[in-house]
Design a protein around this ligand. Structure first.
Ligand SMILES: [Fe+2]
Length: 205
């Protein structure tokens, strides 16, 4: 009888032992623009996390394969990774500081459900103006950006143009505010710019 024991993994890590990186959040609760969010359903949160924390989060996304997204007439494309329960990136959005922030802005207490993903844009890639179909609020954090806004990769929300750099974030009501990005362009200095944003979509009650 064949023995396949040698094909078994020598060890496996139970979900509860997956290390969680302590992702520090820099926006103190008393400085949160709660009134502004209540009025505009959108706030910019520059430097929500440090650039090196953004790098750590980006590195933590590496183990999840990206799938290609094509919409429109295949003119809009980008890559997407989805993170599920127990993944360190999913847990980032579950941590107290982040949850408190989302609760304070939305004035909603109960989180029923959470979805997390990255959108990764390369040269020529963008997303057209749209509103999302679901979710109470989204927290979007830039993990990777081109060197300058001259290379595109601007995020436009409700007519406001933003060029996010790693660690910058926005919180917004994606179901009611139209939003889109501008295409990335290659330059001699940076022939392959990439823009990666990490999104947490909260379903609240
Ligand atoms: Fe969207």
């Amino acid at each position: 009888m064949a023995n396949f024991d040698h094909l078994q993994p020598s060890h496996s890590t139970p979900a509860t032992e997956i290390p969680t990186i302590p992702y520090e959040v820099n926006v103190p609760p008393h400085r949160l623009p709660v009134e502004q969010y209540g009025r505009d359903r959108f706030v910019a949160l520059p430097g929500l996390i440090q650039p090196d924390t953004a790098s750590s989060l980006l590195a933590a996304t590496d183990d999840v394969p990206a799938k290609r997204v094509r919409v429109g007439n295949n003119t809009e494309t980008w890559n997407e990774q989805i993170f599920t329960l127990e993944h360190p990136v999913y847990r980032f959005f579950e941590q107290d500081t982040i949850v408190s922030l989302v609760r304070a802005l939305t004035r909603l207490k109960r989180i029923n459900y959470l979805q997390t993903w990255t959108s990764i844009y390369g040269v020529g890639e963008y997303i057209n103006p749209h509103t999302d179909s679901e979710g109470s609020a989204q927290l979007l954090i830039c993990l990777q950006a081109p060197e300058s806004s001259a290379q595109g990769g601007k995020l436009v929300v409700s007519g406001q143009e933003l060029f996010l750099t790693p660690g910058d974030a926005i919180a917004f009501e994606a179901t009611s505010l139209r939003h889109y990005t501008t295409p990335l362009t290659a330059t001699k200095n940076e022939p392959e710019p990439r823009r990666t944003v990490l999104v947490g979509r909260y379903f609240m009650g």
